[in-house]
Design a protein around this ligand. Structure first.
Ligand SMILES: [Zn+2]
Length: 210
């Protein structure tokens, strides 16, 4: 398996594709604007079928294109704690860029901490990492030594905790118990900005110490 990523509009949110060439399948994680077209290109380029869209959390900039995946019959995955944002993203309109059409994303599979998703002939481990928002999950792919983490942690920073449902002490606990406990070599793919590793953040993240 290998992972491709793309920073997408309107505020530079990363989307990811987990691609398994041996099965001609891929899984998309997060759906900023234009993610659907990007995912279609990736699928075509690697001759694979999109078998799932996993949403790391319900914030508008991560789910803008989600309805297009659902409309295309691609199974969608999200955490129950963000139900309201998936069902009525317009409630977050005051935090979004004005004029966007925030459409609901029907979630087919509700996922929770400790779930293992058997996709791509692999096991994707779901960890619950609230604090940035109640339903943020991370997807840990042991075989790829990679974790796609949404907005819980960034290279040298952490996710905002001043939005509705955010809480710094919860965020700190999520990072300490769910992120820093991954193997040191694990590549962290955040929802914004560049990749980092568990070791680097444990060593130098100024917001959450080990
Ligand atoms: Zn967010």
């Amino acid at each position: 398996m290998f992972i491709e990523s793309q920073e997408l509009p309107p505020i530079g949110t990363n989307a990811f594709a987990l691609i398994e060439p041996s099965r001609k399948e891929c899984v998309i994680v997060d759906a900023p604007a234009d993610a659907y077209d990007w995912a279609m290109q990736v699928a075509q380029q690697h001759d694979c079928q999109i078998v799932a869209l996993i949403l790391t959390h319900g914030h508008w900039d991560h789910i803008l294109d989600g309805h297009k995946f659902a409309d295309a019959g691609i199974p969608t995955y999200g955490h129950l704690a963000d139900t309201e944002m998936f069902a009525a993203p317009s409630r977050m309109a005051s935090y979004a860029i004005p004029g966007l059409n925030l459409l609901p994303v029907p979630i087919e599979h509700w996922i929770k901490a400790g779930d293992t998703l058997n996709l791509l002939g692999d096991q994707l481990e779901i960890r619950h990492v609230p604090g940035h928002c109640p339903g943020n999950i991370l997807v840990y792919v042991a075989s790829a030594q990679a974790a796609i983490v949404g907005d819980v942690i960034f290279a040298g920073s952490v996710g905002r905790y001043d939005l509705p449902g955010g809480d710094f002490s919860v965020l700190e606990q999520s990072i300490q118990t769910q992120v820093y406990t991954l193997p040191d070599a694990t590549l962290i793919y955040p929802g914004h900005g560049p990749n980092t590793t568990v070791a680097k953040e444990k060593e130098g993240n100024p917001f959450v110490r080990v």
